[in-house]
Ligand binder design. Structure first.
Ligand SMILES: CC(C)(COP(=O)(O)OP(=O)(O)OC[C@H]1O[C@@H](n2cnc3c(N)ncnc32)[C@H](O)[C@@H]1OP(=O)(O)O)[C@@H](O)C(=O)NCCC(=O)NCCS
Length: 198
């Protein structure tokens, strides 16, 4: 995972920095294994990179993320970039997008969240960073409740959601519905203090 020292020092200097060539940078620092990473908002100029990112995901990762198999991501990426979603990406200094988290606004002023990290980059703390920043960006945008659908077999994602203070609201057959209350007083998601399943 990310060292808190790294995170604290990097964020102090870099949070909310703007770089017009790459969009709004939210975090610039190192992962647990020492590799550098940038977390930033994405926009329409990232369309091709985002499509390439989804095309690189393994079938298992796509299934866990979308609960189905998708082969062509252009329509999904276009729908994300229409303006009714916040998209946060993790990017290497070489400009490869290796993780994406999104919050798609629904008609009730809530947002549905989804997150994925390239298989070879998982387990290094990227998902945690994306989780933290998609929640804080959604909160800044006035979203009070964010939700996600997670397969009950997806322990890694369930753990991550619980770590950020989500509560399991419903268990449908074959699907778990988790909710983040962003206007709750304690902001537990910011500290990642929730309990996991391990
Ligand atoms: C879920 C996902 C985004 C996590 O990304 P990641 O970069 O691997 O996440 P991190 O390394 O930051 O780990 C995040 C948390 O996941 C949980 N986790 C990670 N590895 C785990 C494992 N082997 N077993 C159980 N929980 C695990 C822990 O809570 C961990 O936090 P911790 O390190 O503080 O304990 C990634 O696994 C993924 O892309 N999965 C496929 C898509 C998906 O399932 N999306 C969620 C549904 S929308």
């Amino acid at each position: 995972m990310i060292s808190s020292t790294n995170e604290a020092s990097s964020e102090a200097g870099n949070a909310d920095r703007r770089d017009d060539s790459r969009g709004s940078i939210l975090f610039e620092g190192t992962l647990r294994d020492g590799s550098p990473i940038i977390i930033r908002r994405a926009g329409s100029r990232d369309r091709e990179k985002l499509i390439r990112f989804y095309e690189k995901l393994s079938t298992e990762c796509i299934y866990n993320r979308f609960m189905g198999i998708i082969r062509y991501f252009d329509p999904y990426v276009d729908s994300l970039l229409k303006g009714n979603a916040i998209v946060v990406v993790a990017e290497t200094p070489g400009g490869e997008i290796v993780g994406v988290a999104e919050a798609v606004f629904d008609e009730e002023g809530k947002a549905e969240s989804g997150i994925a990290v390239l298989d070879s980059y998982q387990g290094k703390g990227i998902g945690s960073l994306l989780g933290k920043y998609i929640l804080s960006e959604a909160r800044k945008a006035g979203i009070k409740r964010m939700y996600a659908y997670i397969l009950p077999t997806n322990i890694r994602a369930l753990n991550m959601a619980l770590k950020y203070g989500a509560r399991i609201e419903k268990k449908y057959t074959g699907m778990t519905y988790v909710v983040f209350d962003l206007d709750a007083g304690d902001n537990s998601y910011e500290r990642g203090k929730g309990q996991g399943l391990r």
